[in-house]
Design a binder for this molecule. Structure first.
Ligand SMILES: Cc1cc2nc3c(=O)[nH]c(=O)nc-3n(C[C@H](O)[C@H](O)[C@H](O)COP(=O)(O)OP(=O)(O)OC[C@H]3O[C@@H](n4cnc5c(N)ncnc54)[C@H](O)[C@@H]3O)c2cc1C
Length: 191
């Protein structure tokens, strides 16, 4: 269903879910089972669902990734994916159907939706890409775009279920991120 934003989720007396929709299709959709997969906005939408007790939907953690485009001929015919370590796929090289090559994404944990490009991070970016493409000429790189992916880390949920506070659970998430190889590669000075 297109152009049909769900504004809130209610429970009916029969225990079904009622999705109240707005936009060009105001109305409601009722279902017995519901899978929430609203990407960047999933926690906000889940929070409209009034469950009993102290249930709170998991918080979404935003990871911003930047891409650089490589001008001129692509050095690769195929995508190059360094072996992933943990959940993050690492800085890969993608060749599009026009033969254009781009590198990314890097990763930065951000508190909200912010798509600004941060060129100051280029040096760490270069270090990673040169681990599999030592001949990279930085003058051929140009800022391309940024994207944001979501992480509702099980670390957070598990911590809360163990009775830890919101702040303690967030600290546990930060600890898990710091243990990832990607983080260590990007912060070699803070090992
Ligand atoms: C920079 C970047 C690089 C990535 N690289 C890779 C990669 O190399 N390999 C890989 O496998 N994955 C990669 N990903 C991740 C991949 O893109 C996502 O995991 C995937 O797109 C998530 O799909 P989704 O269906 O959960 O969410 P989405 O694709 O975000 O879809 C959510 C949908 O819900 C809709 N929606 C939101 N709120 C509402 C509402 N209230 N009512 C109605 N609809 C709503 C949105 O409009 C959207 O259409 C990358 C992501 C980013 C940002």
């Amino acid at each position: 269903m297109l152009r049909c934003p769900v504004e809130r989720i209610e429970r009916t007396q029969q225990g079904h879910f009622r999705l109240v929709t707005g936009g060009e299709a105001p109305g409601a959709i009722t279902c017995a089972n519901l899978v929430l997969c609203a990407g960047l906005h999933v926690s906000k939408l889940a929070a409209t669902l009034a469950y009993g007790g102290e249930y709170r939907p998991p918080e979404t953690f935003y990871a911003k990734g930047q891409y650089y485009a490589l001008s001129g001929r692509s050095p690769f015919k195929r995508h190059i994916y360094p072996l992933p370590d943990g959940a993050w796929l690492g800085l890969h090289a993608t060749v599009d159907i026009g033969g254009r090559c781009k590198f990314g994404p890097d990763i930065e944990w951000i508190p909200g939706l912010d798509y600004s490009f941060v060129p100051e991070k280029l040096d760490k970016f270069l270090d990673f890409v040169r681990s599999y493409y030592p001949g990279l000429d930085a003058t051929r790189l140009h800022p391309d775009y940024t994207g944001i992916s979501t992480w509702m880390l099980s670390v957070y949920t598990a911590s809360r279920l163990k009775g830890r506070t919101d702040a303690e659970a967030k600290q546990a998430v930060e600890g898990a991120i710091r243990q990832s190889e990607e983080w260590r590669l990007k912060h070699p000075d803070q090992r």
